[in-house]
Design a protein around this ligand. Structure first.
Ligand SMILES: NC(=O)c1ccc[n+]([C@@H]2O[C@H](COP(=O)([O-])OP(=O)(O)OC[C@H]3O[C@@H](n4cnc5c(N)ncnc54)[C@H](OP(=O)(O)O)[C@@H]3O)[C@@H](O)[C@H]2O)c1
Length: 311
């Protein structure tokens, strides 16, 4: 029987994904019914899912085999008690490429002090030669798919890179740390800190006043992970005291970031509107279809979310 696949995301996403999903299904030899409107939920086998979509109660989906998230971050769906089937998160080569470009670009901005050059175009010949990357310490919190790829790329540029994760990891060219003492070491050396942790009860407000205090003077924070990883008040206070040099923030506790939020006007904050990276329909469709193929063949799914850990 052909699997029935509900595409549960915005209309714009349907237009972006439909052709790629159909192409990937056909390339995998899967005959399936695919639609954003499949009729009765009890006849749906798979939900391709954006956690902000209309489907929030999975109870009527009585024959569901899996929910395949279009997003890498699953904090908005992982606690849904009506979802009792396997949940996969998005691991997409296009998403990873985008995040590597964002992280390296913003690290290089601060490393090379590009802002200084942009602010001094007044005819003054003032030479500030930046150090080499091999003299600059960068720390990446989170050594998963995205964090490890960014850490590897930064190490490839010559930076002295440390990474921190929940369990011990091994990333070539990167000093890998874990556990509470590991975090202390990772923060103490972070001239530039990149946050690529998922949002879970264990990471919520991880970058609080005490942890911000452990960063070297003038450190720069780059957060393309999730907004609530940072205690906003503590961050603003550290910037205002001059303890921190700058914060480049892509994600926020409230999105869109409200116009009156102090981040917008702060001279030491750069806001990017959650554009660090995006799932790319072409490559993401291949991942979704591969998981459908595996499930239909009775094989284990890729990129399963651990519901207890929250990521
Ligand atoms: N801004 C954007 O455009 C954008 C786009 C995509 C994703 N994101 C964010 O990026 C996050 C990371 O994505 P990913 O694909 O790299 O996730 P991932 O592969 O699941 O990796 C998560 C990493 O965080 C570590 N971690 C989790 N909980 C921890 C804890 N309590 N203490 C220490 N380390 C912990 C994990 O440790 P272990 O290795 O030990 O498991 C792992 O190294 C996503 O969850 C999402 O929030 C943002």
């Amino acid at each position: 029987m052909s699997p029935r696949i509900l595409f549960s995301a915005s209309e714009a996403k349907w237009h972006e994904y439909e052709g790629h999903l159909r192409h990937s299904l056909s390339a995998a030899g899967i005959t399936a019914e695919l639609s954003p409107d499949l009729g009765p939920p009890e006849e749906v086998d798979y939900v391709v899912y954006a956690p902000d979509s209309d489907v929030q109660d999975f109870t009527p989906f009585t024959r569901l085999k899996a929910v395949l998230s279009l997003w890498a971050g699953v904090e908005d769906v992982v606690g849904n008690t009506t979802l009792r089937v396997p949940l996969t998160r998005m691991v997409d080569s296009g998403l990873t490429e985008g995040m590597v470009e964002y992280a390296t670009g913003h690290v290089l901005r601060h490393h090379l002090n590009i802002d200084h050059a942009l602010a001094h175009q007044s005819g003054n010949w003032v030479r500030h030669v930046p150090p080499l990357a091999r003299h600059r310490h960068v720390t990446v919190l989170g050594l998963g798919v995205l964090g490890a790829a960014c850490a590897r790329a930064l190490a490839g540029l010559g930076f002295i890179v440390a990474g921190w994760s929940r369990t011990p990891r091994d990333v070539e060219g990167v000093t890998c740390l874990s556990g509470p003492e590991g975090l202390e070491q990772a923060l103490a050396r972070a001239e530039i800190l990149v946050l690529l942790l998922p949002l879970t009860p264990g990471t919520d407000s991880l970058l609080n006043a005490a942890h911000l205090d452990q960063l070297p003077p003038g450190a720069v924070v780059i957060n393309p992970g999730r907004g609530p990883l940072i205690d906003d008040e503590a961050l603003l206070a550290a910037l205002d005291r001059g303890d921190l040099g700058h914060a480049t923030l892509d994600v926020f506790r409230t999105e869109p970031l409200p116009p009156e939020h102090p981040f917008w006007a702060h001279p030491k904050v750069t806001v990017t509107p959650h554009i660090a990276s995006e799932t790319r329909a072409e490559t993401a469709s291949e991942v979704i279809v591969e998981n459908i193929r595996r499930c239909e063949a009775g094989l284990p799914l890729l990129h399963l979310v651990d519901r207890d850990l929250g990521y």
